[in-house]
Write a protein that binds this ligand. Structure first.
Ligand SMILES: O=c1[nH]c(NC[C@H](O)[C@H](O)[C@H](O)CO)c([N+](=O)[O-])c(=O)[nH]1
Length: 166
C-alpha cells in the first residue's frame, strides 16, 4: 500500500491489532479538535480499528504527564492495555512566562514518562508563538497550512507500537 506524501513512514504498517490512547488538553479547543481528528484519521488509514482508539482529556497541557500516566495505568487495570499513547496539547505564548514554564516542564515530563509506562509516548505538544502558527500546524489555515501534525503523531504511534512492542 503505497502511501502518498507520508515521507516519514519507512515501511507499510498494519495497525489492526493495536490499541492506542489519545489524551488531549482542552485549552485552544478548536486547534486541539483538528489535531485529534488528524491523528485518528491517519491511524485508521493505517488499520487501527476505531474501537481501539481510546480518547481521554485533561484541563490543560500541564496536566498531560500525570493524566497520561493514570490513563495508561487505568487501561492496564481494566485489561485493555494500550500499545502507545498520544498526549496532545496546544500552548500559545501569552504576555507572561507561563508558556515557557509549561512547555519546558511538560516536554521533559512526557519524555521521561516513556520509561515509567514502558510504552511509546508520542510528543503531541504544539508550542506556538502565535495562534496563526498553531492553526497552520493543525491544518486549519489552508492558506498557510503546513499540514496537520496530528496525522504525523498518529503515524508515529503506529510505527513505534509495531516496531518496538513487547
Ligand atoms: O494547554 C494549555 N494550557 C494552558 N494553561 C493551563 C495549564 O496547562 C494548566 O491547565 C493550569 O495551569 C492548571 O494546572 C495554556 N496557557 O496558559 O496559555 C495554554 O496555552 N495551553
Amino acid at each position: 500500500m503505497a502511501v502518498k506524501g507520508l515521507g516519514q513512514l519507512d515501511q507499510e504498517y498494519d495497525g489492526s491489532n493495536l490499541k492506542i490512547g489519545i489524551i488531549h488538553a482542552r485549552w485552544n479547543r478548536v486547534i486541539i479538535d483538528a489535531l485529534v481528528e488528524g491523528a485518528i484519521k491517519r491511524m485508521k488509514f493505517l488499520g487501527v480499528k476505531e474501537e481501539n482508539i481510546i480518547i481521554e482529556s485533561v484541563p490543560g497541557s500541564y496536566e498531560l504527564p500525570w493524566g497520561t500516566k493514570r490513563f495508561v495505568d487505568r487501561q492496564k487495570k481494566e485489561g485493555k492495555p494500550l500499545d502507545a499513547v498520544i498526549p496532545i496539547g496546544v500552548l500559545i505564548k501569552g504576555s507572561t512566562m507561563h508558556f515557557e514554564y509549561i512547555s519546558d516542564s511538560t516536554t521533559h515530563a512526557l519524555m521521561n514518562l516513556q520509561e515509567k509506562v514502558d510504552l511509546p509516548v508520542i510528543f503531541g505538544l504544539l508550542t506556538c508563538l502565535t495562534e496563526e502558527q498553531a492553526f497552520a500546524r493543525a491544518g486549519i489555515d489552508e492558506a498557510k497550512s503546513m499540514h496537520n501534525h496530528g496525522e504525523d503523531w498518529g503515524a508515529a504511534a503506529v510505527e513505534m507500537a509495531t516496531k518496538f512492542g513487547p
